[in-house]
Write a protein that binds this ligand. Structure first.
Ligand code: F6R
Length: 248
């Protein structure tokens, strides 16, 4: 695993955006696996800035997002499709028809999972997958204890995840309880994985995921088995991991 330690959130975003843009420059027709959440927001902002300057094009690329809440429409302000449109796609020259997010309103969950797996396969797999990490070690919505061998599936969200998401909704009852997520099997089959973490509140889980045992209780720990992982994090998020690495 390659680790980039940065001073703060801004420099973390810049480094991660550099890696994503290097991917697009070297392979304009890349399939990007993308994530939502608060961590990538500054990364997308940086990519948009470079695009506006004329330094970066997305017109050959395709994307596939990690996850989507079940029950939310594409134009719901808390849906992940809406997040991606407003934080990235609406501002760059990527063909929207080639941006994919699970359909939160699909009536048949099993069929939707099958369809989404088909979309990823038809694109020839993911070249670079961007990932954040939840406080409980979740990746996408693969929660602790989820089977490692799954492709896209519907999950019941952990109570801690529902709690963490409550801040985005008016009342707790509005927070979706289920979500579609790419499974760890799909994520692990990406050619390259870029994990981004920021803030002291991630320090403990990052150290456990990358320096502790590989266990389904910490889905992120499975990434230790991937041959091409890049971890980009600020000091606050990486200091415990770096201390452990020094001891070993
Ligand atoms: C988002 C996703 C989640 C987040 C994770 C970290 O698509 O799949 O796993 O990456 O919850 O979220 P933030 O970045 O808000 O700390």
């Amino acid at each position: 695993m390659q680790i980039f330690l940065t001073e703060d959130y801004t420099s973390m975003c810049r480094k991660a955006a550099n890696i994503l843009s290097a991917q697009l420059i070297m392979k304009p027709e890349s399939v990007l696996g993308l994530a939502t959440g608060s961590t990538p927001v500054g990364i997308y902002r940086q990519l948009i800035e470079w695009h506006n300057k004329g330094d970066l094009n997305f017109n050959g690329a395709s994307s596939v997002n990690l996850d989507e809440y079940q029950g939310l429409s594409a134009d719901h302000p808390q849906s992940y499709r809406y997040f991606m449109d407003t934080n990235l796609f609406d501002h760059v020259d990527m063909d929207k028809a080639r941006t994919h997010v699970p359909n939160g309103l699909a009536t048949n969950a099993k069929e939707e999972c099958k369809r989404y797996n088909g979309v990823i396969r038809a694109m020839g797999g993911i070249d670079l997958q961007l990932l954040g990490m939840g406080h409980n070690g979740h990746i996408g919505f693969n929660e602790p204890g989820d089977a490692f061998e799954l492709e896209t599936h519907l999950v019941e969200l952990a109570e801690t995840t529902i709690q963490a998401n409550t801040r985005f909704f008016e009342k707790k009852e509005d927070v979706p309880t289920h979500a579609y997520t790419m499974g760890m099997k799909t994520i692990m089959s990406a050619q390259k994985i870029l994990v981004v973490v920021s803030g002291e509140d991630k320090a403990e889980i990052v150290a456990k995921a990358f320096a502790g045992p590989v266990t389904p209780e910490i889905p992120g720990s499975l990434l230790q088995l991937h041959p091409n992982v890049i971890l980009v994090g600020d000091k606050a998020a990486l200091h415990l991991l770096m201390e452990q690495e020094e001891v070993q």
